[in-house]
Design a protein around this ligand. Structure first.
Ligand code: NIG
Ligand code: FE
Length: 404
């Protein structure tokens, strides 16, 4: 059975204790069979029968569970570097959106893009993400906003899940914004989402989650409730983009509809924190979006203190977060979100797995879990986050196979 030996610092990240408890082991080894971990412990205790096959050497470095990016908008047409330059000069994300840019400009490009083009582009991103230690990616639709263009995006994710090694989890985000052809008929678009898109997504089994952008400028809490309850009735688990720009009760709604996660949350209320903690909703921080839109960062400490598990993700998209660098998002969560490196590590592994309901098989290094892990060129999480640099992942294993 394959083994990984000579692990200087193994962050197992098992789901016990507080956010900062990563349950480390020194001088450790891991043994696995096919895609499943069979044994984890001190190398000196490694049973001989496990060391008879392929031996990988971690060279005394740190090994962490494969990183999980639990919030991305992976497939989209075009890019929006012009908006980046405008924001740097003082135009706000909302002003740009109101002037016809923003999400709608990517909707135009995504509708034009052929399915194969979206597939090729997204598959290049995945090849780069795995080099950072990422092993599972959640991917949202939401730049199609017609029945056919939403299904097109979700089919791209399904093909990617079949054709390449990284784990993929699909989320339907038809309620991302109101498309131009419905600008004077919100109700008409909401009805389209509820009575045509959700049933089609469910019928073809194209997504597991249904997300929504709950915000004054997008969908109200009342509209969000209707859409998410319809999704739930069709078998999709709710997720929300909530309380990003205004405190509008998105977190409270996430708790009410038993969402897997509520994401962004920069403006979350104390009541929202309490409701999420009670309902066990994971809070997902997306610091790259705050960085690129020059908005407030989420004070993650408030959530941790309030009993909410905090996951960290990139929000990779062509507008508010044009980077898929999850370790960078983790470092920002330390510096701006005020979590310790150990806390963000749990946020990008076991709690990220919870945000996509995969904690039964992903997110930690223990017997029975999927053999997904990354070797990091650092002696421990503190050093990794402190001496941040792009290229410090030395190897990524997915389902027991070494991909890089
Ligand atoms: O998660 N908040 C809404 N959606 C994206 C932004 C998408 C875009 O700008 O294209 C987000 O930040
Ligand atoms: Fe997003």
């Amino acid at each position: 059975m394959p083994v990984l030996t000579n692990i200087g610092f193994l962050a197992t990240c098992i789901d016990e204790g507080a956010q900062g408890e990563i349950h480390p082991q020194k001088n450790a080894a891991i043994a696995w069979q096919d895609d499943t971990i069979q044994w984890v412990g001190q190398e000196k205790d490694l049973p001989e029968k496990y060391a008879d096959e392929k031996v990988f050497d971690a060279n005394g470095k740190m090994v962490v569970p494969g990183l999980i990016d639990c919030h991305t908008h992976l497939a989209f047409g075009g890019w929006r570097p012009d908006e980046f330059a405008m924001r740097v000069q003082g135009k706000s994300y909302l002003e740009i959106a109101k002037a016809g840019g923003g999400i709608l400009s990517t909707v135009k490009e995504t509708r034009k893009a052929p399915e194969d083009g979206l597939y090729e582009k997204a598959s290049e991103f995945l090849k780069e993400m795995v080099k950072l230690g990422v092993t599972t990616v959640e991917c949202k639709s939401g730049y199609g906003l017609t029945v056919e263009d939403e299904l097109k995006t979700l089919r791209v994710y399904r093909r990617l899940a079949e054709d390449q090694e990284l784990g993929m989890v699909s989320t339907f985000l038809g309620a991302h914004t109101i498309p131009p052809e419905y600008k004077d008929d919100r109700e008409g678009y909401i009805n389209l989402v509820i009575s045509e898109m959700i049933p089609a997504v469910a019928e073809h089994n194209l997504a597991e989650f249904c997300d929504i952008f709950t915000e004054e400028s997008a969908f109200t809490v009342e509209e969000s409730r209707r859409i998410l309850l319809a999704a739930k009735a069709a078998g999709l688990t709710p997720k929300l983009h909530a309380d990003q720009l205004t405190s509008c009760g998105g977190a409270e709604l996430a708790a009410e509809v038993e969402a897997a996660s509520a994401d962004h949350l920069e403006k979350i209320s104390d009541d929202g924190i309490e409701a999420m903690a009670k309902a066990g909703v994971v809070g997902v921080t997306l610091p790259l979006a705050s960085l690129y839109t020059q908005e407030d960062f989420l004070d993650c400490r408030r959530l941790v203190k309030g009993g909410v598990d905090v996951a960290v993700a990139t929000d990779f998209n062509p507008g508010s977060a044009p980077s898929y660098d999850l370790p960078l998002a983790m470092m920002l969560t330390c510096n701006q979100g005020r979590l310790t490196p150990a806390e963000v590590l749990k946020g990008a592994t076991i709690y990220a797995a919870k945000a996509i309901k995969r904690d039964y098989k992903l997110g930690s290094i223990e017997r029975g879990k999927q053999a997904d892990f990354a070797i990091i060129d650092a002696p421990n999480p503190d050093f990794w986050m402190y001496h941040y640099r792009g290229a410090n992942c030395l190897g990524t294993f997915v389902k027991g196979e070494k991909l890089v």
